[in-house]
Write a protein that binds this ligand. Structure first.
Ligand SMILES: Nc1nc2c(c(=O)[nH]1)N[C@H]1C(S)=C(S)[C@@H](COP(=O)(O)O)O[C@H]1N2
Ligand SMILES: [Mo]
Length: 487
């Protein structure tokens, strides 16, 4: 008997997994053209359907890597499914492809943006992934390697194309210069110190938090901000109209999920139109108690009308950041911001509508138990220098940032090993809602020490020392680090 030239193996799990990867890769390429993929669409559903505890844990454990982790998780699940279904009879494939196309289109329809391009791209992405993922797996090692290469290459090419599209979008908007800001960056007189946060957070370092996997890209020429609901004068505002009335202000944006000592916080020089100006033009009726801020991704957050109308709270429709138009990741073309309130209540990015309604409104985060009433950012001091666990020389220089919007930071205190609190030196205050840099020198003997810092707001509120998790009013506790002081 003759032996075959090359040994043929029955395709096993590896072949099936490789086919799944190829399906995923090609589906991402299809989606890179249309703008929304199988992974994005399923990932959004995962975010929307995750219980609060899962969301909180994800943020706590993964920090800013949450989106990448969801992407990888959904991709792995897709490949796992293809592997589990390997060996399915060929005649089951066409109905499976159709089912996935319908399912992904359905998932894409759940939450805006519900553009044709998004829905078709999602459906096509789902169909292609299934069609390729369920194909009979290659029977040789070389075949498997080739298919894996196609899949991996597709994934990389799709990511690269998307990144390029984002860069082009931001560059074009910058060049259009609709929201030109003063380029000069402020100075607070603080001595330069390696590791200390800059006074204004560079855009590339500002944290990104939202419920999307892909960033919405909004066409500024077609975009209008609709001012609607219980108002005497409903109207629509273009970006140019907003730009004509905008002023600069400095303020910290803080995510309610920011842990004590965390980096889901940044200080920006924003450009925005006071909400009060918009309110005066719209003239809401007395029945309108709630301002619902709505975004192109379906995210909503609401604010009470009365304090905005009286001027007790100052809020803005923001169109620029640090001398530039808002980058796509931070909400181009416009977002809402009431300095002093946590981001999930005031920071609606990719703003599409300001609607005045009577009574409370169920917002994006309300079904998962977050309070309706916007929560105020708690005074907090963060130690930047020395970084935790660093060796500090014989007298320890401790420095960082502190915030207490909207009243401002009145003082920062530091202490070592539960000793007496000692005043830190404060740099010049930029604005009460901005963060303020501070610095102190602690006399500590060689050895290991625990250093703590706390902020005191100008209104006299001392940063709360009891440790509380982010839910429901934002994390509290004093930032505590350990340093080793060398001889
Ligand atoms: N449209 C939209 N706006 C949003 C969100 C979102 O998911 N969708 N997330 C909010 C949350 S929770 C925060 S903390 C801020 C973060 O703003 P940044 O990503 O620009 O730092 O945006 C807010 N605005
Ligand atoms: Mo947030």
């Amino acid at each position: 008997m003759k032996r075959p030239l090359r040994r043929r193996r029955r395709p096993g799990w590896r072949g099936a997994a490789v086919a799944g990867l190829a399906g995923l890769g090609v589906s991402e390429v299809v989606a890179a053209i249309g703008g929304s993929s199988l992974v994005d669409t399923v990932g959004r559903a995962v975010v929307d359907w995750s219980p609060r505890l899962v969301v909180d844990l994800t943020v706590e454990v993964l920090g800013s890597r949450d989106k990448a982790a969801i992407r990888i998780g959904v991709g792995a699940a897709a490949i796992g499914t293809a592997t589990a279904l390997a060996g399915l009879p060929a005649n089951v494939r066409p109905p499976a492809v159709a089912a996935l196309a319908i399912a992904t289109a359905g998932l894409a329809l759940r939450r805006p943006p519900r553009s044709w391009a998004t829905i078709i791209a999602a459906a096509a992405s789902g169909a292609v992934a299934t069609a390729i993922g369920l194909r009979r797996a290659p029977a040789s090692l070389r075949g498997e390697a080739a298919v894996a290469l196609v899949g991996g290459g597709g994934l990389l090419a799709a990511r690269a194309r998307l990144a390029r599209r984002h860069r082009q979008h931001d560059t074009l908007n910058e060049a259009a210069g609709r929201s030109r800001q003063s380029a000069a960056m402020p100075d607070d007189g603080a001595k330069p110190l390696s590791g200390l946060s800059p006074l204004i957070t560079p855009i590339g370092d500002l944290y990104v938090t939202d419920v999307n996997l892909g960033t919405p890209l909004v066409d500024p020429d077609r975009w209008r901000l609709a001012v609607t609901g219980l108002v005497a004068r409903p109207h629509r505002l273009s970006l140019a109209e907003l730009a004509a009335q905008a002023d600069e202000f400095d303020a910290v944006m803080v995510c309610i999920h920011n842990p004590v000592g965390g980096h889901r916080v940044g200080n920006g020089r924003w450009l925005g139109v006071p909400l009060r100006t918009v309110l005066e033009r719209a003239d809401p009726s007395n029945r309108a108690t709630t301002l619902v801020t709505r975004a192109v991704d379906g995210f909503t957050a609401s604010l009470p009308v009365q304090p905005l109308r009286s001027g007790e709270w100052s809020g803005y429709v923001v169109i620029g950041l640090n001398g530039q138009p808002l980058p796509a990741r931070h909400g181009f073309p416009a977002r809402v911001f009431v300095p002093g309130i946590y981001g999930q209540y005031t920071g609606v990015k990719w703003l599409s509508e300001l609607e005045f309604v009577a009574g409370p409104h169920a917002d994006y985060w309300s079904p998962r138990g977050w309070p309706h009433r916007p929560a105020w950012i708690q005074p907090q001091a963060r130690i930047d220098v020395p970084a935790a666990e660093a060796s500090a020389g014989s007298a320890a220089t401790v420095a960082g940032v502190a915030w207490a919007p909207p009243h401002g930071v009145g003082g920062v205190e530091v202490r070592a090993d539960d000793g007496a609190w000692q005043q830190a030196d404060l740099a010049r205050e930029l604005a009460p809602s901005s963060w303020r840099r501070w610095r102190a020198t602690l006399d500590v003997a060689p050895g290991t020490h625990t250093i703590q810092a706390r902020a005191i707001s100008r209104s006299g509120e001392v940063q709360h020392g009891g440790q509380r998790p982010p839910f429901p009013l934002g994390a509290s506790g004093w930032h505590t680090i350990t340093i080793r002081v060398s001889q």
